[in-house]
Design a protein. Structure first.
Length: 114
């Protein structure tokens, strides 16, 4: 059974930082491209950052220079370091693993507010 479990979300003040983690099981993690998406009510899910199996990264324009995606294949975990957070970063963040099939985590809330 494939599971992607996000952790590390919560409430943070503007300008603060959070690190999200996504632990994968049931897949050969090192073969998968891993992605972080986010979604707010009434909007489509937005790609935040991606990392290929080879370690190449890509970021959405709204987070470039502030967020960093990384992976630890030994721990079957992908991370999203989020710095200089803004209120508009408030969303439910989802982890996604992609190869032939695509798997999703359950999502985790990030709220940026003073």
């Amino acid at each position: 059974q494939v599971q992607l479990v996000e952790s590390g979300g919560g409430l943070v003040q503007p300008g603060g930082s959070l690190r999200l983690s996504c632990a994968a099981s049931g897949i050969i993690f090192r073969l998968y491209a891993m992605n972080w998406y986010r979604q707010t009510p009434g909007k489509q899910r937005e790609l935040v950052a991606s990392i290929t199996s080879g370690g190449d990264t890509n970021y959405g324009d709204s987070v470039k220079g502030r967020f960093t995606i990384s992976r630890d294949n030994a721990k079957n975990t992908v991370y999203l370091q989020m710095n200089s957070l803004k209120p508009e970063d408030t969303a439910v963040y989802y982890c996604n693993g992609q190869r032939i099939l695509t798997y999703w985590g359950q999502g985790i809330q990030v709220t940026v507010s003073s």
